[in-house]
Design a binder for this molecule. Structure first.
Ligand code: HEC
Length: 123
């Protein structure tokens, strides 16, 4: 019986710690959830570049200077996230284009802007 009580206390303590940490991490993890839901990880990873396939989100962040990216660059990245890259070969990363939206989940302007912001902060 005593054991159970201790376990319960322990569980409550963990739950409380979890709640305390949550506000800090909630933003980042829900951005990951959004990327997951929009199937970004089918091709991209956060850290590892997949040669000839897709740049990692960290490489994209580095290329555009992370948080120093200009408004025009952000707009273009958001556009790419929504519409894909225009043709095979894409802009510069590899041999593959990022597919158009009819092959992927629909992404709103606001979601694309949020993903762009998240990616640029990964640097
Ligand atoms: C089917 C594979 C695939 C999926 C799914 C995919 N991408 Fe891409 N993405 C690519 C490829 C390939 C490129 C590089 C194209 C090129 O060479 O320009 C790319 C390029 C990009 C770029 C632009 C890089 C630049 O320099 O302009 C961004 C930003 C990006 N992807 C974000 C995303 C996000 C966010 C998602 C999810 C909503 C996503 N991608 C889903 C394959 C994919």
């Amino acid at each position: 019986m005593r054991r159970v009580t201790d376990v319960t206390k322990y569980a409550i303590a963990i739950a409380l710690i979890g709640t305390a940490i949550l506000p800090v991490s909630v933003c980042a993890s829900s951005d990951v959830d959004l990327a997951e839901a929009k199937q970004c990880f089918r091709c991209h990873s956060i850290e590892a570049d997949r040669t000839l396939r897709s740049p990692s989100f960290q490489s994209i962040a580095r290329k555009y200077g992370g948080q120093d990216a200009t408004g025009a660059q952000r707009a273009k990245l958001s556009q790419t996230i929504r519409k894909g890259t225009p043709e095979k070969g894409g802009y510069h990363w590899g041999r593959m284009a990022m597919p158009s939206p009819d092959l992927r989940p629909v992404i709103s302007d606001a979601e694309a802007a949020r993903l762009t912001h998240w990616i640029l902060n990964l640097r």
